[in-house]
Design a binder for this molecule. Structure first.
Ligand SMILES: Nc1ncnc2c1ncn2[C@@H]1O[C@H](COP(=O)(O)OP(=O)(O)O)[C@@H](O)[C@H]1O
Ligand SMILES: [Mg+2]
Length: 416
């Protein structure tokens, strides 16, 4: 993706605390000094991140790893010591105070862990407050605030005071206060960490529901691996100010970059991260059917089970269950086409469909919104992903990697 198409791009970002941060950074960059010898606290160390529009990027790490610092650099509540940040292609790192004010009110809003609602104001006025600062008329800000409260399920509470609300409801107000600004970018710093576990999960689902229609670019900080896995399209893992891994949840769970990441993702329920598009079965490519011909037959038609059939442009036509008896006749394939399959989007989790998959063998067919086919998820492709996650190596793979154990196995077999 081109830089200008990214919602947020962070390049070589550093934040140093200490007496002479700029000078120390010069030494660190020229490699004449290691960060730990600089006499400064390096809160962010050469952070690079590219965040696509409409995605949720989760920043995860232990307490003190630099998560809040990174988030606050994005709207410059904290000034970085070095590096660059671009919001929709506009550099924010050197923006003037005036530009900064404009960018903040039009592009970025923020939700904090502690809701910081103004106690003497009504819920509606709390939500409308940012619009008042931005100079929006009274009528418009009341309409927009009421709409934002409706979005988070709090219509009817407009005229109450924050003290009448539960913790979960206050955080909904916090969310409404950010949504009302109608910015493409939303920064959220451990917004649900102070909530009870059940309310917290409810808020996570609420956020995903909203995101479905709002399509914001969200940077979400958490130290909870399962929250990260539930929400993140991408997860960045911070350790002592450094991004040690940045990737899709499943990739991080299956191949953690180091022991720190491994420890972190150990607690993740893998069913929270198995999305359909990532585990399509490579052994089951589609059959392409044009008006008069079958242009690519299954590699091995003896393998039982369904294949997906597309037209010449890669759009789904249906599935064929029993391929073994079919020749290369387009008419035969056409008449064998069935619509009895489960359609699933690439980023949808497969967990809710596994029972159906195992019981009836109805194929899970992964299709994008425009009907273009990604592939088919089979029991075997699910099992492969689970095996990779558990760290289990297949016996065959082990034998390939250790020739001596191969002969040991052979000896054992002879003995048996
Ligand atoms: N003004 C400051 N002076 C010195 N160190 C600071 C300052 N602000 C933050 N830090 C340090 O930077 C580190 C990262 O802080 P923070 O980004 O808040 O971590 P996190 O949000 O991951 O818990 C912490 O170790 C913190 O002590
Ligand atoms: Mg923090």
């Amino acid at each position: 993706m081109e830089s200008s198409e990214l919602a947020i791009e962070i390049r070589d970002l550093y934040k140093l605390y200490g007496p002479k941060p700029e000078a120390a950074l010069g030494h660190i960059r020229s490699r004449s000094m290691r960060p730990e010898d600089s006499g400064h606290f390096v809160a962010l160390n050469n952070v690079n991140l590219a965040i696509e529009p409409g995605k949720i990027c989760v920043i995860m790490g232990l307490s003190g790893s630099g998560k809040s610092t990174l988030l606050r650099c994005i709207n410059r509540l904290i000034d970085p010591t070095g590096g660059q940040i671009f919001i929709q292609g506009h550099e924010i790192t050197h923006a003037s105070t005036k530009e900064l004010r404009r960018i903040r009110s039009s592009k970025i809003s923020m939700v904090f862990q502690h809701f910081a609602l103004l106690p003497h104001m009504t819920v509606l006025d709390n939500v409308a407050f940012g619009l008042r600062i931005a100079g929006i008329s009274r009528k418009e800000r009341r309409d927009r605030a009421a709409h934002a409260l409706e979005l988070v399920g709090l219509s009817g509470w407009n005229d109450r005071k924050p003290s009448n609300l539960s913790g979960g409801m206050r955080q909904r107000v916090g969310l409404a206060r950010a949504l009302v600004m109608d910015t493409p970018v939303l920064l959220m710093d451990e917004p649900f960490s102070a909530l009870d576990p059940l309310i917290r999960e409810e808020m996570q689902q609420e956020l995903l529901r909203l995101q479905n229609t709002l399509n914001k670019t969200i940077v979400f900080v958490t130290h909870d691996p399962n929250e990260a896995a539930t929400l993140g399209n991408r997860i960045a893992i911070l350790l002592k100010g450094e991004v040690v891994q940045y990737g899709r949840p499943l990739d991080i769970v299956i191949s953690p970059a180091n022991d720190y990441v491994r420890d972190f993702v150990r607690g993740i329920n893998v069913f929270n991260v198995l999305s359909a598009g990532q585990i399509v079965d490579p052994a089951r490519p589609p059959v392409v059917l044009t008006g008069t011909s079958v242009t690519s037959l299954p590699i091995s038609r003896s393998t039982a089970g369904p294949v997906a059939v597309t037209d010449g442009t890669g759009r789904i036509l249906g599935v064929v269950e029993k391929t073994a008896s079919l020749g290369a006749s387009a008419a035969d394939w056409q008449s064998a086409l069935s619509q009895d399959y489960i359609r699933i989007a690439p980023d949808q989790l497969v967990a809710p469909f596994l029972e159906e998959l195992s019981r009836n063998g109805r194929p899970l067919v992964v299709v994008r919104d425009d009907d273009s086919l990604v592939g088919v998820v089979t029991g075997s492709s699910v099992l492969k992903a689970l095996a990779a996650n558990s760290g289990v190596k297949s016996k065959c793979e082990e034998a390939r990697q250790q020739p001596e154990s191969k002969s040991a196995m052979a000896a054992e077999q002879r003995a048996g």
